[in-house]
Design a protein around this ligand. Structure first.
Ligand code: PLP
Length: 381
């Protein structure tokens, strides 16, 4: 009865959510699944943020806010961005219900039918879907042969981009690899973006989960302020996935144009959640540091456990993911992992990286050990 739009028919449902749903189904049937497929921290939202949310509800912050967000949050975001060297003003910010919405609005604001969008593979699943929903065409540079690093792939990136490229997406630290791109790599991106007049999305949602490296904000580099759309969110840094809070920062006309879509679609982010967001930005550094230490310990544990079985992983310096080299048919490997070993992870193919499985180590040390034991017992490692 329905004649679906071409736009929607070009897109597949989210592969990461599909695996999480399968894991949830098996759990509902009584199976004990070690779920390493999830893209969310396994910590509670820090107490001070929860209290700030409750206080905002009690204070009656339940109506619409101005579309781009409440002034104290936009100010706190601009302040935070200035902390990583970005020349930011509160007027250049749109507060969104999650980083995903921030990205969606950015693609819709910049991409016309047939415009070229360049991704660095393995890339987070939704960039492809968002490109297609906007009618854009994809070109891709594969970082897998380079240990998932961008610096050694700059020549390939230079061959891929041209004056016809509209948009490049950079995600450091990366989902799904955990790679943190070096300043030299980002300067290489800058040189190409300036040469070919390309806009760049810098998705910095894992920025606060960085271990032995330093996070560099792309928009802080000379020449990038006017061509970078910085996207960030509260989900990963503050364990606030279900609160749905994120933002866009860009200079010039960008916020005015993207703000049209924002106001006509979501109107605004949730009022009391925005108030909790101010508290998160201003008073949560200690909890963030604790979570970061826990993730670092788990990463090291997994590297050791895989090492004991002769498996070397190109482990990154950030986020809470790593790519485990598995069979060529990673889809079949992941199906066997969940069916036989009751361990859920996401096939690398979902990120255009066949031959790998993405492991999320947002799980306790005990569950990580259990997962490796089960995979070994079922001959999957
Ligand atoms: N960007 C990346 C790379 C992600 O992994 C995610 C979540 O998985 C998001 C953006 C969006 O997160 P949220 O919408 O919860 O802010």
């Amino acid at each position: 009865a329905y004649d679906f739009s071409d736009r929607i028919e070009r897109v597949e449902p989210s592969a990461t959510l599909a695996i999480s749903n399968l894991a949830a189904e098996k759990e509902a049937e009584g199976a004990d699944i070690v779920d390493l497929s999830v893209g969310e921290p396994d910590f509670d939202t820090p107490e001070n943020i929860v209290e700030a949310g409750k206080a905002a509800l009690d204070a009656g912050h339940t109506g619409y806010t101005s579309s781009n967000g409440i002034p104290p949050l936009k100010e706190a975001i601009a302040d935070k961005l200035r902390g990583t060297g970005i020349d930011a003003d509160a007027d250049e910010v749109i507060v969104t219900p999650g980083g995903k919405q921030a990205l969606y609005e950015t693609f819709q604001t910049l991409i016309d039918a047939g415009d070229e969008v360049v991704l660095l593979d393995p890339a987070w699943v939704s960039y492809e879907a968002m490109t297609k929903l906007a009618g854009g065409d994809l070109s891709r540079v594969d970082l897998a042969p380079h240990g998932f690093q961008l610096e050694p792939a700059l020549d390939e990136l230079a061959e891929t981009v041209s004056d016809d490229t509209e948009l490049l997406v950079v995600n450091s630290p990366s989902n799904p690899t955990g790679a943190v791109f070096s300043e030299t790599a980002l300067e290489g991106v800058r040189d190409l973006a300036v040469e070919h007049d390309i806009a760049v999305i810098s998705d910095e949602i894992y920025e606060r989960i960085v271990y032995d490296a330093e996070h560099v904000s792309l928009a802080s580099l000379d020449g990038m302020a006017d061509r970078t759309i910085t996207v960030n969110g509260f989900s990963k840094a503050y364990s606030m996935t279900g609160w749905r809070l994120g933002y866009i920062h860009a200079k010039g006309d960008f916020v005015g144009e993207a703000g049209k879509l924002h106001s006509h679609s979501v109107s605004c982010a949730v009022n009391f959640v925005q108030h909790a967001g101010v508290e998160a930005l201003e008073n949560t550094d200690e909890s963030v540091a604790e979570m970061r230490r826990a993730f670092a310990d788990r990463r090291d544990l997994l590297v050791d456990l895989f090492g004991e079985h002769g498996i070397d992983v190109d482990v990154g310096d950030g986020a809470f993911y790593m790519m485990l080299p598995v069979d060529e048919d990673d889809q079949a490997w992941c199906e066997a992992a969940i069916e036989e070993a009751s361990v859920a992870c996401v096939p690398g193919s979902a990120f255009n990286a066949p031959g790998y499985a993405r492991i999320s180590y947002a799980a306790s040390a005990e569950r990580l050990r259990e997962a490796v034991d089960r995979l070994v017992a079922n001959d999957l490692l």
